[in-house]
Design a protein around this ligand. Structure first.
Ligand code: HEC
Ligand code: HEC
Ligand code: HEC
Ligand code: HEC
Length: 169
């Protein structure tokens, strides 16, 4: 074998050895115990605080709203889509029946035009639906700037919820 090839093999061997040593030194603790990832990551993630609850948990205390919603066009929307993460609220709001909720348990009430526009604003990239039907996942789009923007007499801007019940629009 020519001399320069032998040297090249030597250099490669040193590199490979160096890589193997480096790999052992840098490999995180618990890597590979359960698969190609850190086994401890599962435990670490389980310690992170939870913010969302299960969709059904609101029904216990807000049954009428749930029934209203499930009879209308918003049947497919989960409560937390509009009201935000509500785990703490679901667990503790029951202690404040007929009292004012503390700030930490108060939920967002999406009553502004921009809140409804998140889903209903005209969007050229979305399919337009033709028929009013409850059994659709396509959102009816309107031009938020021209769809009843203000009271024609007083010129005061309209909120969407002055005409549409958000739970049964
Ligand atoms: C253990 C009972 C309980 C559960 C479960 C519960 N709530 Fe409530 N909720 C209350 C009480 C009590 C109030 C305050 C008084 C009232 O408005 O009836 C309240 C008020 C609210 C309000 C009005 C807040 C405000 O600032 O006016 C919203 C919105 C709300 N809940 C949404 C939800 C959603 C969404 C869920 C499910 C993720 C949920 N709640 C689960 C008991 C509960
Ligand atoms: C499309 C968004 C949307 C969804 C979905 C939604 N809400 Fe609301 N919710 C609102 C808005 C907007 C208000 C404020 C209404 C107002 O100020 O008159 C509100 C108000 C409330 C209130 C305060 C009391 C009231 O009647 O005004 C409660 C309680 C509530 N929602 C619970 C729920 C629960 C429970 C669900 C799921 C079953 C749900 N909401 C789903 C938008 C929504
Ligand atoms: C998270 C997305 C989302 C948000 C936010 C939302 N909607 Fe909807 N909305 C839907 C879906 C999905 C439907 C059912 C499909 C349809 O009919 O457009 C619907 C249906 C409707 C309809 C019936 C449309 C029809 O076909 O006749 C009205 C009216 C409506 N929403 C008003 C509102 C108002 C007012 C708000 C703000 C309080 C709001 N929506 C917020 C998703 C949303
Ligand atoms: C002054 C009352 C009023 C206000 C304010 C209002 N709407 Fe409407 N909306 C109506 C009426 C009436 C209809 C049915 C006839 C029509 O299309 O105008 C309707 C229809 C709709 C539809 C069904 C679309 C269709 O073509 O039939 C959607 C979605 C909707 N509105 C969402 C909204 C949203 C989102 C807002 C706030 C940005 C809003 N509306 C504000 C009265 C109102």
């Amino acid at each position: 074998m020519p001399q320069h090839i032998k040297r090249l093999i030597g250099v490669f061997a040193v590199f490979i050895l160096f890589f193997l040593v480096l790999q052992q030194v840098l490999k995180p603790d618990s890597f590979g115990e359960l698969g190609h990832f850190r086994a401890k990551a599962i435990y670490e993630n389980s310690l992170r605080p939870m913010h969302y609850t299960v969709a059904d948990s609101c029904t216990k205390c807000h049954k009428d709203i749930r029934i209203d919603k499930d009879l209308g066009f918003h049947i497919k929307l989960k409560c937390e889509v509009c009201h935000g993460p509500a785990l703490a609220h679901s667990l503790y709001a029951g202690n404040f029946k007929d009292k004012e909720l503390p700030d930490s348990l108060t939920l967002y009430k999406p009553g502004e035009r921009k809140d409804c526009a998140i889903c209903h604003e005209l969007n050229a990239a979305r399919i337009k639906i033709q028929f009013d039907t409850l059994n659709t996942t396509m959102v009816h789009q309107i031009d938020v700037l021209t769809h009843h923007p203000f009271d024609p007499k007083t010129k005061v801007p309209f909120k969407c919820i002055e005409c549409h019940n958000p739970h049964q629009p």
